[in-house]
Design a protein around this ligand. Sequence first.
Ligand code: APR
Length: 241
Amino acid sequence: MNDLETVASLLAKAGRVTVLTGAGVSAESGIPTFRGLGGLWNGRDPMSLATPQAFAANPELVWEFYNWRRELVTQAEPNPGHRALAEFSRRLTSLTLVTQNVDRLHQRAGSRDVIELHGNLFEVRCTGCSRTFDRSGETLPPLPRCHDCGQLLRPGVVWFGESLPPAMWEAAETAVRRAPLLLVIGTSAVVYPAAGLVGTAQNGGGAVIEINLEPTPISATVDIALQGKAAEILPILADLL
Ligand code: APR
């Protein structure tokens, strides 16, 4: 058996599979990743765009960045990798999809119950009354305000230095602990706590399989590292299931 056939048979036999995705899964939908060639953080300082302090200092600059990203993902389409993962959940006994991505392309491809560790670009939260609103499909003004209390709205994403939504984090950890197999796709595995899920799987005796264009800090520690494009590898795996 070649590596792809081996991975497909491990997925099928695992019973429960948890998947952790990063920006690389959306790269072939035209959404820039954060690091590497053409990454969002190339030429931009994340500390001036993706922290609560940055927002307090210059909310207009932060909203300009996030409104641009909202537009980008609204125009984008799910790619064959997103669609293959939706197919996985139809073919496998139990699949839990955990994503670091905020573009909702997994959901648009048909994946359900996606655990969004870092929130998403479509929800906004009021800095005054903390209410959350789904503003999908709307073009937001440069400084959107809460209809209820008039205070500034902020993007519904998790910024550097902020903790993940506790319910999301607990659900992700539980899913990793319960699954004998974790499939890690398109993440540089350098941002915690998300990247820590790999260690959680390994410490619990689970197998870890990685799909990435290039080696990452976890590549040497995983059971199988498939090198290539997620949008090419995942459909082949889906067909083999
Ligand atoms: N197929 C598979 N992997 C790919 C592809 C592709 N077509 N294109 C890029 N990659 C890989 C890159 O090799 C890299 O390892 O995807 C990874 C993208 O890494 P990052 O840009 O660091 O994105 P991610 O790991 O999701 O970042 C984690 O950092 O800035 C924060 O909150 C942000 O959720 C994000 C977190």
